[in-house]
Write a protein that binds this ligand. Structure first.
Ligand SMILES: Nc1ncnc2c1ncn2[C@@H]1O[C@H](COP(=O)(O)OP(=O)(O)OP(=O)(O)O)[C@@H](O)[C@H]1O
Ligand SMILES: [Mg+2]
Length: 253
């Protein structure tokens, strides 16, 4: 069974005349890690909004684990482009949100899971801080920990590391890969960084046209457990150049 399947899905925003997505079909195997790349404004985040039910297609069907989205109520691990931490809640209270929705965990267990999730992203002991007291990178990591706490087998990560400094970003990529190898959740990850896409994913899904009517799948020839040094292999370097050329070609003159 596919973790996710689009069948001839079309969509547009209210007030728009043209479809942004046009009869798009693709499917995702459970436990795979795909990065989505494509020019700014081509509709990548819109795909995520449809998958988590925030935007309804005008036609076509989206299935999760074989069931039409319209027939299931399932929380999605969605991390939007902006971190969306609630400023009036402490970091710990923000992380408690997915645990409050739908499950009645005893408070002690809830706090233990929050502490564990914070420690996992290098924010141990910061549960009582307010989001405004954190740096941009720390906020992003807190939002990431909150997404992990949804327990969803499908994670939708929209440029989660783009606001981080280069060093933190590299260590978060390695951390995410480790989490994926450990838990084998299905991950869709939007990025503009081709190197990040190649380091993380089993295959890259490239958006080639607007409206989006297909995704081009480009397998990454690396084992699941990989190292950053693998990226300098000649075949990876060629792939990187090819993907960058493709992205550059999409930027309007
Ligand atoms: N709520 C909305 N109402 C109307 N149009 C929207 C809305 N959100 C996005 N759009 C339009 O839909 C198109 C695709 O937006 P989307 O956010 O999916 O792009 P994107 O590929 O994620 O871009 P980026 O890489 O810059 O994040 C854009 O032209 C945008 O202006
Ligand atoms: Mg976007």
């Amino acid at each position: 069974m596919k973790a996710l399947e689009f069948r001839e899905v079309s969509c547009r925003y209210p007030g728009q005349r043209e479809n942004l997505v046009e009869k798009l079909s693709f499917s995702i195997e459970p436990g795979s890690f795909h990065c989505i790349i494509g020019a700014s404004g081509c509709g990548k985040s819109t795909l995520f909004r449809m998958i988590c039910g925030l935007l309804t297609p005008v036609s076509g069907t989206i299935l999760r684990d074989g069931a039409p989205l319209s027939e299931i109520e399932r929380a999605c691990g969605y991390m939007p482009q902006r971190d969306m931490l609630f400023p009036w809640r402490t970091v710990g209270e923000n992380l408690a949100l997915p645990l409050e929705v739908g499950s009645a965990l005893p408070k002690a267990e809830r706090n233990a899971r929050i502490e564990e999730a914070l420690a996992d992203v290098g924010l141990a002991g910061l549960a009582d801080r307010m989001p405004e007291e954190l740096s941009g990178g720390m906020r992003q990591r807190a939002a990431f920990a909150r997404t992990m706490l949804t327990g969803s087998s499908l994670l939708l990560l929209d440029e989660p590391f783009s606001a981080l400094d280069a060093l933190t970003r590299v260590s978060m990529q390695e951390w995410l890969l480790e989490q994926w190898l450990r838990h084998r959740m299905t991950i869709l990850f939007i990025t503009h960084d081709v190197e990040e896409a190649l380091f993380l994913s089993t295959s890259v899904l490239a958006v080639g046209s607007t409206p989006i009517c297909s995704l081009t799948e480009i397998p990454v020839p690396l084992p699941d457990r990989r190292r950053r040094s693998d990226l300098v292999r000649p075949e990876l370097t060629r792939l990187k150049e090819g993907l960058m050329g493709m992205l550059r070609g999409q930027v309007p003159a």
